[in-house]
Design a protein around this ligand. Structure first.
Ligand code: 2AM
Ligand code: CA
Ligand code: CA
Ligand code: CA
Length: 282
């Protein structure tokens, strides 16, 4: 049995406080960031607001839970090797907080109002709390293991579409132009003729929250990281959806090529991705 309450302060309450506080601060900095730097590629952006938000969240979490491990995007060297190593080093921790302070930095930089704060807590590698906050719409998505998923207190459930033909799905255009982007473009070319339409709005975490809320029937992307997916993973399963990797294996913290759906279109989406040839390359 997982203890949800530690010294009178629930994990979920702390996660929500962190997401709300950081989100409000991030929003106040819209159009006001000072330093724009690149990380792994010229398309991989970071600002001092990403770093400041992560520091704010880490401090708040450690005030309440000083013994818990912490994995945040801005604390990890850019690139897939360092990310994999960082996930490996925390995946068995008793408690680890997995945080993306701004998911959708490119949108934040351009003032396109689709970015989010993503905060998850994993217990021995299993996500038990997931919170995603969208400051632009003031939408708060919350899931607790075994207790359902909620958007601003209202229970969420996935969409009812049973075929790709009736589905609106989401994906991304990865910043890694050499490896992930060409593969994801192949997958988009294969999926596009079969679905109602595709959205690539620039925040993987928010796309996952939208699958949980029934606004998208599916989402996939090649080359993501633990902090993009951990909170969304619980939103998906607690709202009745299905989350696997691109080969159909169950989700775990090291998964980098996720396929999320309402469950009903999952096999058709997996089969289409397989037929595209992209799945075999990762
Ligand atoms: P970010 O804004 O937190 O960096 C858009 O396709 C998604 O890809 C976003 O969730 C974005 O997260 C993520 N992303 C951006 N750069 C990336 C990189 N170099 N490798 C993997 N994911 C990246
Ligand atoms: Ca980033
Ligand atoms: Ca991200
Ligand atoms: Ca980020």
């Amino acid at each position: 049995k997982v203890p949800y309450v530690v010294s009178g302060k629930s994990f979920t309450a702390v996660a929500i406080n962190c997401a709300a506080k950081a989100g409000e601060w991030i929003k106040s900095k819209l159009g006001m960031y000072k330093e724009l730097n690149t990380k792994y590629s010229p398309h991989d952006l970071v600002t001092e607001v990403d770093k400041g938000a992560e520091q704010m969240i880490r401090k708040l979490i450690h005030t309440h839970f000083p013994d818990h491990a912490f994995l945040g995007e801005e604390g990890v060297e850019p690139g897939p090797a360092a990310s994999a190593e960082a996930v490996e080093s925390v995946k068995d921790a008793e408690y680890v907080w997995i945080v993306d302070p701004i998911d959708g930095t490119t949108n934040f930089v351009h003032g396109f109002p689709f970015y989010s704060v993503s905060i998850a807590l994993a217990h021995h590698g299993e996500v038990i709390v997931g919170v995603i906050y969208d400051p632009s719409r003031d939408e708060l998505f919350v899931a607790e293991k075994g207790k359902g998923a909620y958007v601003h207190g209202k229970r969420m459930s996935v969409s009812h579409e049973t075929s790709l033909a009736d589905s609106l799905v989401g994906t991304g255009l990865p910043a890694d132009r050499d490896f992930a982007l060409p593969l994801n473009l192949m997958s988009i070319q294969a999926v596009a003729p079969h679905v109602r339409n595709i959205r690539t709005a620039g925040s993987a975490a928010l796309h996952m929250a939208y699958v949980a809320a029934g606004r998208l029937s599916g989402f996939w992307e090649i080359g993501l990281n633990a902090w993009d997916l951990a909170a969304g993973s619980l939103l998906i399963t607690e709202s009745g959806g299905t989350l696997t990797d691109i080969h159909g294996n169950p989700y775990h913290l090291a998964v980098r090529h996720p396929v999320a759906s309402n469950g009903r279109i999952h096999n058709e989406l997996l089969a289409t991705l397989k037929a595209s040839g992209a799945a075999q390359s990762v």
